[in-house]
Design a protein around this ligand. Structure first.
Ligand code: UDP
Length: 316
C-alpha cells in the first residue's frame, strides 16, 4: 500500500510515518519544514519504502498517485506558531485540505483529516462530545486555527457528500511525546524545558484551566484505526484524564525532581478554560482507548528532551 502524508516531518506526522513504514507500507511524506524537522525523520533517511518531499502542500502537488491512503496532517499546531503565522495556518486548513482531498479523489482511496479539539473552542459542554458544535470566537486571535480546522472538516464532509470520497475526521486533543519542538510554546515542552534547565515554570493565568494529555503512540494507533474504519463523522482522539495546569506543573516537578518555583503570566486571549475528550465513540467504533499512563509517557518525553537540551548546548 502507498500512502501520502502531509506534515510528515512534524511531531505526529513523523510518528505516523514510522508506524506505516513498520507495517510494511510505502510512504511519501510532504513537509515544508516550517515547524517540522528533518531530525524527526533522520532514522528513515534512505529507507527503501520512505520518501520525503520538502514542499508546500498549499501548492499543487509535485507527485502523482495512485495512493492507497491520503493523510492530511500538515498544520501549525502550537498556539505560539499559529499566532505568528495566521495566514499560513488558514491556507493549510483550506487550500491544502482541498489539494489533499483531490489526491484522494483521483486515487479513489481513503482520506483522513487531523482536526482538533479547538473546534469546540472554549467549550460550554463538558466533557466534549462529537455532537457538540462548539463555542469559537470567529474573529479572535485563535480563530485562524479553529476556523481553518472547522473549514477543513466542512470541506472534507463536502467531498464525501459530493464525490463519495471515503473520508475520516480525527478531532485530536492535547498530545505529547518525543519530537515535540523544545521551543514551540506548548505547555508540555515549555514546562519540561524549564524544569530541566532549572527555570521557573510559567503558569498562564491562575492555572485552574484544564487539559487532558494523550501520549503520541496512543494517538497514532487511533489514527490508523480510524483510517481503517467506515466512520465518516468526526471522532475524538485523546486521553480523558483531565487535570488543571497547576496539577500538571506539580507532575512535572515531581517527575523531574526540579525544585523550581512557579511564575504566573497573563492568560492568552480565548484560552479554553476546560478540555476533556469524551471518547465513548472511539471506544465503540474503533475499539480504541489510550494505554500509556501520563507518568510513563512523560518519562519517555523527559528522556528525549534531556537529549535535545544536551545536543543544543553542545552545538551552541
Ligand atoms: N500554558 C501555560 N504555560 C505555558 C504554556 C501553556 O500555563 O508555558 C497553558 C495554556 O494557557 C493553556 C494550557 O497550558 O491553558 C495548554 O496550552 P498549550 O499551548 O499546550 O495548548 P492548547 O491546549 O492551549 O492548545
Amino acid at each position: 500500500m502507498r500512502h501520502l502524508i502531509s506534515g510528515a516531518a512534524g511531531f505526529i506526522g513523523s510518528h505516523l510515518c514510522d508506524a506505516l513504514v513498520e507495517q510494511g507500507h510505502d510512504v511519501v511524506g510532504i513537509d515544508n519544514l516550517i515547524t517540522g524537522s528533518h531530525r524527526n525523520l533522520e532514522h528513515l533517511e534512505g529507507h527503501p519504502r520512505f520518501q520525503l518531499l520538502v514542499a508546500d502542500v498549499t501548492r499543487p502537488l509535485e507527485i502523482n498517485g495512485p495512493w492507497d491512503g491520503v493523510w492530511h496532517l500538515a498544520s501549525l499546531a502550537s498556539p505560539k506558531d499559529y499566532l505568528n503565522h495566521p495566514i499560513e495556518t488558514l491556507e493549510t486548513g483550506s487550500t491544502a485540505t482541498r489539494i489533499m482531498l483531490d489526491a484522494a479523489l483521483q486515487s479513489n482511496c481513503d482520506f483522513l483529516l487531523t482536526s482538533t479539539s479547538e473546534c469546540y473552542g472554549d467549550p460550554q459542554v463538558h466533557p466534549q462530545v462529537e455532537t457538540y458544535w462548539g463555542n469559537v470566537n470567529p474573529v479572535g486571535p485563535r480563530s485562524c486555527y479553529d476556523e481553518s480546522k472547522r473549514f477543513a472538516e466542512a470541506m472534507t464532509m463536502a467531498y464525501h457528500r459530493v464525490h463519495g470520497v471515503r473520508t475520516h475526521i480525527a478531532r485530536i486533543f492535547n498530545t505529547y511525546g518525543p519530537r515535540m519542538q523544545l521551543n514551540d510554546g506548548r505547555v508540555v515542552p515549555a514546562f519540561l524545558d524549564q524544569a530541566l534547565r532549572g527555570e521557573p515554570l510559567t503558569i498562564f493565568g491562575n492555572g485552574k484551566q484544564t487539559r487532558s494529555f494523550c501520549y503520541v503512540s496512543d494517538l497514532v494507533d487511533g489514527l490508523i484505526r480510524l483510517m481503517a474504519s467506515e466512520e465518516r463523522y468526526p471522532v475524538n482522539l485523546g486521553n480523558p484524564r483531565e487535570m488543571t495546569i497547576l496539577e500538571f506543573a506539580e507532575q512535572i516537578r515531581a517527575l523531574t525532581g526540579a525544585k523550581v518555583p512557579l511564575v504566573h503570566h497573563a492568560l492568552p486571549q480565548d484560552d479554553p478554560r476546560q478540555r476533556q475528550p469524551d471518547i465513548t465513540k472511539a471506544r465503540q467504533v474503533l475499539g480504541w482507548e489510550p494505554r500509556v499512563a501520563l507518568e510513563e509517557g512523560l518519562r519517555h518525553t523527559v528522556h528525549y528532551f534531556k537529549q535535545r537540551i544536551e545536543a543544543s548546548s553542545t552545538a551552541g
